[in-house]
Design a protein around this ligand. Structure first.
Ligand SMILES: [Zn+2]
Length: 298
């Protein structure tokens, strides 16, 4: 369960208790791949077929029907058919996902429902007391700010405050505005796929490494290596990109502790069209959602 220490609007500074570990939130799950397996982090995510000695770990059980045996704590399989699908198919996906989830009440689950916010909300209500919920199609939702805001705010309101909400695949530039909407967990999939395409992340931008003149970062990778070394080593570029995620997450948490979080959200939104649009929609259309979590002046 998530213990909430403080709110900044709907954003939550918390501690997630998992496998006897205390994970500060908001945070990101580090996806275990061949290029990240040596990196240390506070919490990992791994596909069900991969063996790992790392802890704490969230197992992703994938797609319904592949026959994964549900053992270690994780996110149950779902029947996901994509974001832009017919309503009937989206409803079927929700039903099948919920039917399986009923058998494993201790596990996390995926909120399906395609591009239909009311279906997402219905799924969220049925799963409201889970320790962990994952919003399906995270990366695609991030490209459609209006739908993203609609889905995330409805889900956040439908589930328990102690439920950890995870949105996979988000670009780094959206981390602050997603945390503002009450998302507790993001992941490293965008940082890893950026590195695979030769992109170097900064907190606000993603640059093609081959066109860069210098490295504007002082992480241990960038201090000890030049651009050419990074270009020739995927693990080094991944390590730098993950260091960026870690820095932004620490900044998000620290700004919540010091009362500067909203300022950070607004500054970071200027660097991303999607983040800017999401924040504008939140301010204009989700006043009640934002206000609900803002303490009243005495
Ligand atoms: Zn660096």
């Amino acid at each position: 369960m998530l213990e909430i220490l403080a709110h900044s609007g709907p954003a939550r500074l918390g501690v997630w208790h998992l496998e006897d570990k205390k994970i500060p939130t908001p945070n990101f799950l580090l996806n275990i791949t061949s290029s990240t397996s040596r990196l240390k982090h506070e919490v990992y995510i791994t596909p069900y077929w991969m063996r790992t000695s790392k802890a704490p770990v969230v197992v992703h059980y994938g797609t319904l029907g592949v026959g994964a045996k549900i053992r270690r704590f994780g996110i149950l399989p779902s029947a996901g058919f994509g974001l832009d699908i017919h309503r009937e198919l989206a409803e079927l996906g929700v039903e099948k996902t919920l039917a399986l989830a009923e058998q494993f009440p201790e596990h996390g689950a995926i909120i399906e429902g395609g591009k239909y916010p009311e279906l997402r909300e219905r799924a969220a209500r049925k799963l409201a007391s889970r320790r962990l919920l994952c919003i399906a199609n995270g990366a695609k939702l991030c490209q459609r700010p209006r739908l993203l805001v609609e889905v995330v705010t409805r889900v956040r309101e439908a589930v328990s405050p102690n439920t950890v909400l995870y949105l996979p695949g988000a670009p780094l530039a959206l981390f602050p505005v997603l945390a503002y909407m009450g998302v507790d967990l993001l992941d490293a999939s965008y940082a890893i796929s950026s590195a695979l395409r030769g992109f170097y992340l900064t907190p606000y931008e993603s640059y093609p490494l081959d066109r860069m003149k210098e490295l504007p970062c002082t992480c241990e990778v960038c201090i000890a290596n030049d651009k050419e070394r990074l270009q020739n080593s995927l693990p080094l570029l991944v390590k730098h990109n993950i260091a960026m995620l870690r820095g932004v997450m620490a900044d998000i948490r620290e700004s919540m502790r010091t009362g500067k979080f909203i300022k950070l959200v607004e500054m970071s939104a200027n660097a991303s069209t999607q983040a800017k649009a999401a924040l504008r929609i939140l301010y204009r259309e989700k006043y009640e959602f934002l206000e609900k979590y803002t303490p009243m002046a005495p």
